[in-house]
Ligand binder design. Structure first.
Ligand code: GUN
Ligand code: FE
Length: 452
């Protein structure tokens, strides 16, 4: 099934249109236009259904999916450290501030070598596509060329992506071997990188975007942050950074700026509709109000938070506030590159927050009540929610949305998924597919109706 443009697909589809609405449509007909977008969704109970199926069958443009296969929207990962790919699954033993200096900066510094960048980024982009990440938001490194190579790999392998050259110009936090050569160079390189991506966009509409990327406040000087804020105001590119991730980081900003991360980022001009704030574990009510007012967004990274934040992001509270949120793996801050895993971890983390985890504390005082999120909500955040953060029409099977999708096969060898149509309701089936699918069940991935 290489290319599905100008075809109609017949089979079972699962998608979510809003936080609490999830659908399993059996034998639905999904029509794909020449632009790789969905032009129609025809359900089994519609009057026109049989005629339409016949029409596409006669014109030999019908693609039929097997009874044990399910089409799901592709996933959006809102927070990935591309250069940390070789670190996935290790170096999880020390706190964030030590981890950066001991493991992460030495690894990221290696991307000065373009060959290394080619080697790592090629494997990364292909692996993430196979895991179902059809849209990826990447931090690169401080290196202009290596980060361009990352953008080129996304184009080459067909992944929709937002990519940023990381800014780190603060002498007191960044080592000599891994720091922008000057504040001016950091800003110039950011502009050059943005222009490079604008060129790439000319032949790749809707596929590649640039992000202004101050690593986090501790890594950057105030001057760089103000100037990046100006750049963000003048252009319509994305902004990405870390915000109130750990106790150390949160306190560092309070001590240095006399205000919270959120307040400081707003003052630097870095909070806007296209801003993605990773983590946000220690946001106050007022911080959330500011983020909401600025229409900025949050990348919730539940697995990484267990290792590096010692806290669970209060997702339920943020959803109640009406914040715009998607999911992030934070690779390799978390030892999984899968957004499907991240959706499950979102559920687990919310349950840990709700119940509390310390058995020596009395039941009543152990957790934060009303914190849990459901599998429906987690699935929405992994699919349409993440794409909405980026204002990209993807992550759902709705008219005029890109056909970015994965095919789940429940009968691959060693599959853990067993669905029973006599016992399982449609909702049970959806829940089982979300909770039990693993990498090996994803047998095909499409971006813009092109198999990747
Ligand atoms: N804060 C600044 N840099 C990083 C990073 O690479 N990973 C995580 N998790 N937090 C950060
Ligand atoms: Fe991160």
């Amino acid at each position: 099934m290489k290319k599905l443009t100008n075809k109609a697909i017949l089979g079972s589809i699962i998608f979510s249109s809003s936080l609490n609405n999830i659908y399993l449509e059996k034998n639905a007909l999904l029509v794909i236009g020449p632009n790789g977008k969905i032009s129609d969704l025809i359900k089994r109970n519609e009057d026109r259904y049989h005629n339409e199926v016949r029409k596409y069958r006669y014109s030999q443009s019908l693609v039929e999916i097997k009874g044990h296969q399910y089409l799901l929207p592709g996933f959006t990962d809102l927070h990935i450290h591309a250069p940390q790919w070789p670190q996935l699954g290790k170096a999880l033993d020390i706190p964030l501030e030590k981890w950066l200096q001991k493991y992460t900066f030495p690894l990221e510094a290696k991307f000065k070598d373009e060959n290394f960048a080619h080697f790592v980024y090629e494997d990364l982009v292909r692996s993430l596509l196979r895991a179902g990440t059809t849209t990826a938001v990447y931090f690169g490194t401080i290196h202009q060329r290596a980060t361009q190579i990352l953008a080129e790999k996304c184009i080459k392998f067909g992944q929709r992506a937002v990519v940023g050259k990381v800014v780190m110009d603060n002498h007191s936090q960044c080592p000599d071997y891994y720091r922008d050569s000057s504040t001016r160079d950091a800003l110039d390189d950011t502009e050059t990188f943005t222009k490079f991506v604008e060129e790439l966009q000319k032949n790749n509409e809707g596929k590649i975007y640039a992000a202004i990327t101050p690593r986090f406040i501790p890594s950057c000087t105030n001057e760089a942050l103000y100037e990046l804020g100006k750049l963000a105001k003048q252009s319509n590119v994305f902004v990405q950074t870390h915000c109130s991730e750990s106790d150390w980081e949160h306190q560092h900003v309070l001590d240095r700026c006399g205000k919270t991360d959120t307040e400081a980022l707003q003052e630097f001009g870095l909070l806007k509709k296209s801003t993605i704030l990773a983590h946000g574990n220690f946001l106050s009510e007022q911080d959330m109000d500011i983020i909401k007012a600025q229409q900025a967004n949050i990348a919730h990274c539940p697995l990484s938070n267990f290792f590096f934040s010692d806290a669970v992001f209060p997702l339920r509270r943020a959803l109640r506030k009406g914040l715009s949120i998607g999911l992030g793996t934070d690779i390799a801050g978390g030892p999984s590159c899968s957004v499907l895993d991240t959706a499950k971890n979102t559920i687990f983390a919310s349950r840990a927050l709700e119940s509390g985890v310390n058995p020596f504390v009395q039941r009543e005082g152990r957790g934060l009540s009303n914190s849990r999120v459901s599998f429906k909500e987690a699935f929405y955040l992994a699919t349409k929610g993440g794409a909405q953060v980026l204002s990209i029409p993807a992550g759902s099977f709705e008219k005029d949305f890109y056909f970015d999708a994965i095919l789940i096969d429940t009968e691959v060898e060693h599959s853990r998924i067993s669905l029973d149509k006599f016992i399982d309701s449609d909702e049970d089936m959806i829940q089982k597919l979300i909770m039990l699918s693993s990498r090996s069940n994803i047998v095909e991935t499409w971006v813009g109706a092109v198999s990747v």
